[in-house]
Each structure stands twice: as C-alpha cells, then as structure tokens.
Design a protein around this ligand. Structure first.
Ligand code: 16G
Length: 236
C-alpha cells in the first residue's frame, strides 16, 4: 500500500490512501475510521507517522476527532455555486437534503438609512425584517437576516417565510429575479450565533452580505448571513 523507498513522505502516502478510501466511499461519511493502533500495524510505520497523517487530514477538515470515541470521516459540506441565484431550499433539494427554516423574527418596520440606500428606497419606508435559521436535514447551516421592501413583498407572511422566501416572491408576488452582489468574509462565532448554529463559540463562520436585485435592476433583498464554516463552502 505504501512505498517506503519513495521520495514521497510516508505520512503523505497514508493521507492519499485515506483520501482514496473516502472517495470510493469504502470509508463512508460520518463513519469512524480504524484506530491509530490498527493503522500503525497495517502500514507497519511508527505511531508518530500515523498521527502526523491523521492530524493533517483533521486540519483540512476531511476527518474530525470526537473526544473519547475516535476519528470520523467528516460529513460532506453543502456546496453552493457562487455564480447562481439559488434559494436555500432549492440548493438543499439539489443536494438531496431536506430544507427547513425556523423563523426567529418576522417584523415590519421603517428602513434605516443604510438599508434605504442599499435598497434604493426612501429612508423610513416600510420593510420586512426576517431572521431565520436555515437547516439541512435538521442541522443548522446558516442564520439569514433579510430586509425586503414591504412594497415588493406584498402578502408575505411568517408562515410563508417558514418555507421558501424566493418561491413566495417569484410565484406569489410575481417578482422576476435578476442578479445578486455579495461579499464573503471570515468571522468567528459570538455566543448567540454559536448557540443558534450549534457550534462552539469562536468557531469560524462565513459572513455573507448580499444585495439581490430584480431583472429591472431594482434591489429586492438586503441580506446578512452567517454560514457555519464546517458545514458549508462556496465555489465558483
Ligand atoms: C439563499 C440566499 C438568501 C435568500 C435565500 C432564500 C445566498 C447566499 N443567500 O440562501 O439571500 O434569502 O436563499 O431561500 O445565496 P428560501 O427561498 O429557501 O427561503
């Protein structure tokens, strides 16, 4: 399985072996991998080499250690193509996961100056403020806070927001979506965010600020989202 005379470091060959096992699904996502002792015997290498190999894969997020129970193959992250305008519900469905939304707040209020500027509405016009936890297969993936001009979200109710906001806006409010602009930055989870996402405080999260517009160029949604860094990745 490994070539001790190769110039490729042994720990790296072991990592390649593990990657292959995961790729071929011989080691399934979420399952426990053989113990350090078993791997040491199987590869006939030192325990330190095994530790180095495993640690590297843990650092990459491919494996996860669970205290007292062993090392596991990390569950796959949800991947979102950056160049598409896809609702959370559709994204989850496309990956075979069950999407859900838990509404934390659904209120109507006046737009702040920043919101009014971003959404290109008069300061003080009415907006819907919607904060939701987004779940995939009941695991919290993101917290999304959307601000939508009231005039564009006619008839939007809390009940509708518990399902797909975009489906409502397109099918019920008749909006035609255009493009979105968004920025992504790394931040660490504060206490509240960590609790809502069921991760440890201080864990890395992706903060996305996003302005989505209609076909005619008018912005319809100003969103701030926190995505759990260990459960989500974007690609372009
Ligand atoms: C996506 C959007 C978010 C939108 C939501 C609607 C990104 C980063 N965010 O999560 O702005 O509010 O979809 O999802 O693309 P829904 O239709 O399932 O409610």
């Amino acid at each position: 399985m490994i070539d001790k005379n190769s110039p490729i470091p042994i720990y790296f060959q072991i990592q390649e072996y593990v990657r292959e096992k995961i790729k071929k699904q011989e080691w399934e996502r979420g399952s426990v991998i053989p113990s350090e002792r078993i791997l040491t015997e199987a590869f006939e290498v030192s325990r330190m080499t095994i530790r180095q190999a495993i640690q590297g894969l843990v650092d990459e997020g491919i494996l996860v250690r669970k205290r007292g129970s062993g090392t596991y193959v990390n569950d796959q992250k949800v991947e979102q193509p950056l160049q598409s305008m896809m609702s959370f519900t559709r994204l989850m469905e496309s990956t075979g996961m069950k999407a859900a939304a838990r509404v934390l707040s659904f209120t109507e209020r006046k737009a702040t100056e920043t919101e009014a500027n971003v959404l290109e509405i008069e300061t003080g016009s009415r907006v819907i403020h919607l904060e939701r936890i987004r779940l995939g297969n009941e695991i919290p993936i993101a917290i999304e806070t959307s601000v939508i001009p009231k005039s564009l979200a006619k008839g939007l109710t809390k009940a509708a927001a518990e399902h797909s906001l975009y489906q409502f806006l397109q099918e019920k409010a008749g909006l035609q979506f255009g493009e979105a602009r968004q920025s992504i930055e790394a931040v660490s989870a504060d206490e509240r965010t960590a609790e809502l996402l069921d991760i440890a405080p201080g864990s890395p999260i992706l903060l996305i600020e996003r302005v989505a517009s209609l076909k005619n160029g008018l912005p319809f949604e100003y969103v701030h989202s926190f995505y759990a860094g260990n459960r989500f990745k974007f690609y372009l």
